[in-house]
Design a binder for this molecule. Structure first.
Ligand code: ATP
Length: 354
């Protein structure tokens, strides 16, 4: 069992308030991803859970027990870092065996556990090598092996894939996920990459400027972002945001363009932001009552679909059109907005209009 609770947690570095009033509960066996732009405080939070940073105020609990004052080595937590932190003068076997040797475990038990972890991670043939004789992905696996051998209650990962090339990163993502399925431990994973968060997490914690902006499953965050920050951060290409207000059943942008709104959107007064997912714009007949005119700026074919830049309502926006567009820049397009990818936010607060 390892339920990790963060209660009214604050971190100050001198005058700088790095984390503010965080409230997060991570359930036993959950894979939780902390995501946010550089400097939002995600590594600080992870390091506080690991016991590598002091708590300024608030509490961290594991299975109901406050661990603020518990020494890092007694927390039953293993951390996998971005730079792997392997011992260069030790073989793969000895790197993985290190924590068990410290605990003075019997030699045959150490051998069994290291071999089992190596088999899980596909490292059985590399146990006698040194870190410099391994690829980046293999080193990353040794770092994970070292964590597995410790049999911790909680695994923490601090951007563990950021030094790998794009292809290996995708492969390691699914390896870490399948490791999680096999071990069933609570895992807390930090990344600034929202694609990594969406593909790996049971639940995502989106942070910005030391506060939690939203906690939810990947689809909850994608389908119902709580505010305009989460809306813009989660999803690629990013959600388009247009300022304006609602008149009748249309959203009137600042240059006076009327965008007919899908019926399910709330009818709110005042200054608003309309969020449009790039895939929520589809081509339609100009005579369609829902049509809005846009002008093509550029087309980026990606094979099955086209990423297009358009001007709509006086702004340049991005749409993902599920066809190969052969039209030239300057062409007028008729588009309509689909309900599933349309969102309204209050302009002053950024909060979702429910
Ligand atoms: P990145 O993705 O760039 O690693 P992050 O979200 O992990 O960013 P943190 O490393 O947690 O961010 O840092 C949060 C904030 O706290 C940053 O503004 C950083 O400059 C500040 N900070 C971190 N460590 C210290 C420290 N020891 N002293 C002072 N400020 C610090």
């Amino acid at each position: 069992m390892a339920r990790v609770e963060i209660r009214k947690l604050h971190k100050h570095y001198g005058d700088f308030h790095a984390l503010r009033d965080l409230e997060i509960t991570m359930e036993d066996g959950e894979f939780v991803v902390l995501v946010g732009p550089s400097g939002c405080g995600k590594s600080t939070l992870l390091r506080m859970i690991a016991g590598l940073e002091d708590v300024s105020d608030g509490e961290i609990l594991i299975d109901g027990r406050v661990i603020n004052e518990v020494d890092s080595k007694d927390r039953d937590i293993a951390m996998v870092f971005q730079n792997y932190a392997l011992y260069p003068h030790m073989t793969v076997h000895d790197n993985m065996a290190f924590s068990m040797k410290l605990r003075r475990a019997p030699a045959d038990q150490i051998r069994r556990e290291v071999e089992a972890a190596a088999a899980t991670l596909g490292l059985s043939d590399h146990l006698k090598r040194y870190p410099k004789q391994l690829s980046g992905g293999q080193r990353q696996r040794v770092a994970m092996g070292r964590a597995i051998v410790r049999k911790p209650k909680v695994f923490l990962f601090d951007e563990p894939l950021s030094n790998l090339d794009a292809k290996l990163r995708v492969k390691m993502r699914s390896e870490i996920r399948s490791l999680h399925r096999r071990l069933g431990n609570t895992m807390i994973y930090v990344t600034h990459d929202q694609v990594e968060a969406l593909t790996m997490a049971d639940r995502i914690v989106v942070m910005q400027g030391g506060v939690v902006e939203q906690i939810g499953s990947p689809l909850e965050l994608y389908d119902r972002p709580a505010n305009v920050f989460v809306a813009g951060f989660i999803g690629s290409p990013s959600m388009n945001i247009l300022a304006g207000s609602i008149t009748g059943s249309a959203f009137i942008t600042q240059d006076g363009t009327a965008i007919p709104l899908p019926q399910n959107l709330p009818h709110a007064a005042g200054e608003l932001l309309l969020g449009i997912r790039p895939e929520a714009l589809v081509r339609c007949d100009p005579a369609d009552p829902s049509a809005v005119a846009a002008t093509l700026v550029s087309v980026e074919p990606t094979g099955a679909e086209s990423h297009v830049s358009l001007t709509l309502g006086g702004e340049e926006i991005v749409a993902v059109i599920r066809e190969r567009l052969a039209d030239k820049p300057g062409t007028a397009l008729s588009l309509k907005l689909l309900a599933a990818g349309a969102h309204l936010f209050d302009k002053a607060t950024g909060a979702r209009v429910p």
